[in-house]
Design a protein around this ligand. Structure first.
Ligand SMILES: *[C@@H]1O[C@H](CO)[C@@H](O)[C@H](O)[C@H]1NC(C)=O
Ligand SMILES: *[C@@H]1O[C@H](CO)[C@@H](O)[C@H](O)[C@H]1NC(C)=O
Ligand SMILES: *[C@@H]1O[C@H](CO)[C@@H](O)[C@H](O)[C@H]1NC(C)=O
Ligand SMILES: *[C@@H]1O[C@H](CO)[C@@H](O)[C@H](O)[C@H]1NC(C)=O
Ligand SMILES: *[C@@H]1O[C@H](CO)[C@@H](O)[C@H](O)[C@H]1NC(C)=O
Ligand SMILES: *[C@@H]1O[C@H](CO)[C@@H](O)[C@H](O)[C@H]1NC(C)=O
Ligand SMILES: *[C@@H]1O[C@H](CO)[C@@H](O)[C@H](O)[C@H]1NC(C)=O
Ligand SMILES: *[C@@H]1O[C@H](CO)[C@@H](O)[C@H](O)[C@H]1NC(C)=O
Ligand SMILES: *[C@@H]1O[C@H](CO)[C@@H](O)[C@H](O)[C@H]1NC(C)=O
Ligand SMILES: *[C@@H]1O[C@H](CO)[C@@H](O)[C@H](O)[C@H]1NC(C)=O
Ligand SMILES: *[C@@H]1O[C@H](CO)[C@@H](O)[C@H](O)[C@H]1NC(C)=O
Ligand SMILES: *[C@@H]1O[C@H](CO)[C@@H](O)[C@H](O)[C@H]1NC(C)=O
Length: 589
């Protein structure tokens, strides 16, 4: 009794202390042990990146305005950065986990990310951003819940279920990287994983025996929130559940106008929340399918992810053929119309109490315009590279944000062109000069023959239009100026354009890239540098105390006592128990 009172007081004391020392917002803390494991999701043993020995990694579960602390221990044999895709890192590109802002965490080192998920709600994910590592795993879901005082535009669901879908190769990520370095194409993936698992054996010819598949357990007569993320490499996936409607409710932090879909195309890097009502007859289980889009179905049949939706009163196994994908192999109009139908619920509140719709993006004057045009990979100086507006980005040895902090000259060029270069392609560290508080219009023109998705760090942008053909000034007449969705990752169809509007209110250096991992690896990215001309800590946090140094600042880096990795209290205890056990064993034998 006395003891518990002591602990109670102690905790109150800690809570008081932390509320004095830090902002009043709560903290959530995670330890991420990043290491290789061997697993066989498609029946072939391979090296996979796990977090705390799990693949996929754990879900980060936070609430709007929480402070998130993630201590990442790099137990890989190469450097590592964790990127928090869609998390806006307001005022803190220092925590974004990309080469433009952070020095890589060397093998055997650990590094602690600390950031606030300021004014955000919704479904996001994280992944390792270097060395093609995402192709080997290391990813997981990142949820930001609403605060109690903020209503959500639907009844509280009976459950919250994360589904990570993505194409997958049985080659390891070093082998894939070597292929790209040698100028080769990666070819067709070997399958699609759902939550790190291979397909259910819906067809004996197509799926070998002994593959572990994912089962989603539900009760009848309930409504679940499914958060579905495409964490794959390059394949657009059509997501559907046999005999069930998917009521779309949220995407990457914005509540959508709620509409039912029988299937939805989810492109690489995109996240969606669906409300699933378990209103079907439980005579059997149902298939959950993620199949490749815009490909020759007869060749890509085995590149299909299949999981099982099991009602608690289910009477048998799922059977028969998979539910049909959209029948439009050579007609992408259907898919684009579907993309256009995803609109913002302007009357739903977001992370802030005021209705988001009160921010009328359609009436704000654009201050700068960039047309970013990609192309299929091409050869530059004997190497196969991918470009944006004729420039293949080269990451500087010293991260851009760090170079600015130390006023280093010549690390990058602030000369990214407003219109695509017409001359021969080049490799360059050229970035966009963003005007603080400007309103930027970006037209993403996909001149590749493949589907691309573009992502921007630090922001949610408004998707105001997309169409086939070349964008022109006249295309603005078709823009949605009212309820275009705000998100961080948008699809750009081959031979088509997508227009986005960005309110440049977040100071920092922010990545804009294709989510197609091959093209990203080959240089299809740049950064937008947003600087507040007024020197103040109000619009950007100071450099964190634990910032790593590299490149021309490498001499500032103190060595890390990597032995500390092995001597954390927990492992000390474990070691002690081991010692005692082995001593006992020796004594007793
Ligand atoms: C996240 O945390 C909240 C509050 O602790 C909890 O109610 C919720 O069930 C958690 N969600 C998930 C998906 O774990
Ligand atoms: C590394 O992890 C240890 C143990 O959790 C922690 O005390 C230390 O602060 C971490 N170091 C860095 C640089 O994040
Ligand atoms: C939009 O949000 C409002 C407020 O939460 C909600 O009442 C309404 O049903 C939503 N509308 C649609 C079409 O989803
Ligand atoms: C990765 O794949 C390459 C090529 O198949 C192989 O030589 C290598 O041993 C693999 N590495 C690991 C750690 O599995
Ligand atoms: C399994 O797939 C093969 C190859 O696509 C197909 O020929 C066969 O009809 C399928 N079997 C069943 C039972 O659907
Ligand atoms: C969506 O479909 C479900 C049945 O699965 C139905 O109950 C619901 O009313 C539909 N909602 C909308 C907005 O169409
Ligand atoms: C459930 O489905 C099975 C098979 O389709 C059918 O035989 C049965 O009558 C259905 N039951 C109800 C209650 O609809
Ligand atoms: C699709 O692939 C099949 C099998 O390889 C081939 O016979 C067919 O011609 C292909 N269809 C198209 C339209 O390329
Ligand atoms: C936008 O520009 C127009 C014409 O240049 C001007 O009349 C209008 O006041 C501006 N609107 C805002 C919100 O600044
Ligand atoms: C970058 O933009 C600012 C205005 O936002 C301008 O003052 C500055 O000259 C620009 N720098 C370069 C190198 O173009
Ligand atoms: C790429 O651009 C060229 C030149 O404008 C055009 O002829 C071609 O159709 C475009 N291809 C695609 C896939 O957009
Ligand atoms: C910002 O914060 C840093 C570190 O706390 C401090 O050294 C610096 O003087 C501050 N700058 C301004 C403009 O307040």
């Amino acid at each position: 009794m006395a003891l518990s009172r002591f602990w109670g007081l102690f905790l109150v004391h800690i809570a008081l202390l932390s509320s004095l020392c830090f902002a009043e917002d709560p903290f959530v803390t995670y330890d991420f042990d990043v290491s290789y494991i061997t697993a066989s999701p498609l029946g072939v043993p391979q090296q996979i990146i796990a977090i705390n020995n799990k693949f996929p990694g754990p879900t980060i579960n936070a609430t709007t305005n929480f402070n998130v602390v993630v201590n990442v221990r790099n137990k890989l044999d190469e450097s590592l950065l964790m990127h928090w895709s869609g998390i806006q890192q307001r005022r803190s590109s220092w925590q974004d986990g990309l080469l433009g802002t952070n020095c890589p965490i060397p093998p055997k080192w650990n590094w602690t990310y600390q950031f606030q998920v300021k004014d955000q709600i919704g479904s996001f994910f994280y992944f390792p951003s270097l060395h093609f590592q995402r192709a080997a795993g290391g990813f997981g879901s990142f949820i930001i819940n609403n605060r109690q005082i903020i209503p959500i535009p639907f009844d509280t669901p009976d459950g919250d279920i994360t589904i990570l879908i993505g194409d997958w190769y049985t080659r390891n990520h070093t082998a894939l990287r070597k292929a790209l370095d040698a100028g080769k194409d990666l070819g067709m993936p070997d399958g699609v994983l759902i939550n790190g698992k291979g397909p259910y054996r819906y067809n004996d010819t197509l799926v070998p025996d002994g593959i572990d598949y994912e089962t989603i357990n539900v009760h009848p007569g309930k409504t679940y929130r499914l958060r579905v993320h495409n964490v794959g490499i390059s394949t657009s996936l059509n997501f559907r559940i046999q005999s069930h409607n998917l009521l779309l409710a949220e995407t990457e932090g914005s509540y959508t106008v709620q509409q039912n879909y029988t299937s939805l195309d989810i492109h690489v890097g995109q996240s969606y929340s669906f409300l699933l009502t378990t209103d079907q007859n439980a005579s059997s289980d149902y298939y959950i399918v993620a199949s490749a889009r815009f490909v020759n179905e007869s060749q890509w049949k085995r590149v299909t992810g299949v999981a099982i939706l099991r009602y608690s009163n289910s009477k048998g196994k799922a059977a028969g053929p998979l539910p049909d994908p959209p029948q439009d192999e050579f007609d992408k109009t259907f898919s684009m119309n579907q993309a256009r139908s995803i609109r913002w619920n302007v009357s739903a509140s977001g992370a802030r109490p005021n209705p988001q719709g009160s921010f009328r993006y359609g009436s704000i004057n654009v201050t700068e315009i960039y047309v970013l045009r990609n192309k299929p990979p091409e050869t530059i100086d004997g190497k196969r590279r991918a470009t944006l507006s004729g420039i293949s980005f080269v990451n500087p040895a010293t991260p851009i944000r760090l170079a600015d902090q130390f006023k280093l000259k010549g690390v990058y060029k602030l000369d990214f062109p407003n219109r695509p270069l017409t001359g021969p392609p080049k490799t360059e560290t050229s970035i966009i000069n963003g005007t603080y508080r400007g309103f930027m219009e970006v037209i993403l023109q996909n001149n590749d023959t493949k589907m691309h998705t573009y992502h921007m760090s630090g922001y949610a942008f408004f998707v105001v239009g997309m169409d086939y053909g070349e964008w022109s000034e006249n295309s603005r007449g078709t823009y949605n100026k009212w309820d275009g969705i705000a998100r961080s990752t948008t699809q750009v169809y081959p031979g088509a354009w997508t227009a986005i509007l960005i309110s440049l209110d977040n100071v920092g250096v922010w990545n804009i890239r294709t989510e197609n991992l091959d093209s990203w690896y080959l240089g299809q990215e740049t950064y937008v540098r947003v600087v507040n001309p007024e020197a103040t800590n109000k619009t950007e946090f100071p450099m964190p105390d634990n910032a790593l140094f590299c490149g021309s600042l490498g001499k500032l880096q103190k060595p890390q006592d990597v032995s500390s990795l092995a001597t954390s209290i927990r492992s000390k205890l474990f070691f002690m128990v081991l010692m005692i056990a082995s001593t006992l064993f020796l004594l007793l034998r």
